[in-house]
Write a new protein. Structure first.
Length: 101
């Protein structure tokens, strides 16, 4: 993945929100992720991390992605930007404190 993100965040409240989503998205959790542009459902394949990115205007800030896969759609996987997430809905019992990779 490149180091360019459509949106980067520097405000401490935004950073805390992104960190909260990292904590909610445990590996192997089946989730429904509500974003600004719709809803994505799947299993968290890789524990998300917050990283430093630059936006198109070369501003530096943070964002991150979470990779989801859906067994009902073989071959499909999706990356969701943490900054686009509005809320996470857990569809199983895998939550914070579960085994993480």
């Amino acid at each position: 993945m490149g180091r360019i993100a459509e949106k980067v965040y520097t405000d401490p409240r935004d950073v805390a929100r992104l960190e909260r989503f990292v904590g909610e998205l445990a590996i192997n959790a089946r989730v429904r992720v509500h974003t600004k542009s719709g809803v994505v459902e799947g299993v968290v394949m890789v524990t998300p991390t917050i990283q430093v990115f630059r936006d198109a205007a070369d501003n530096e800030g943070i964002n991150g992605t979470v990779k989801l896969e859906d067994a009902r759609q073989p071959g499909w996987s999706g990356l969701v930007w943490l900054g686009d997430i509005e809320r996470v809905e857990h569809l199983d019992s895998v939550t914070m404190g579960a085994t993480r990779a």
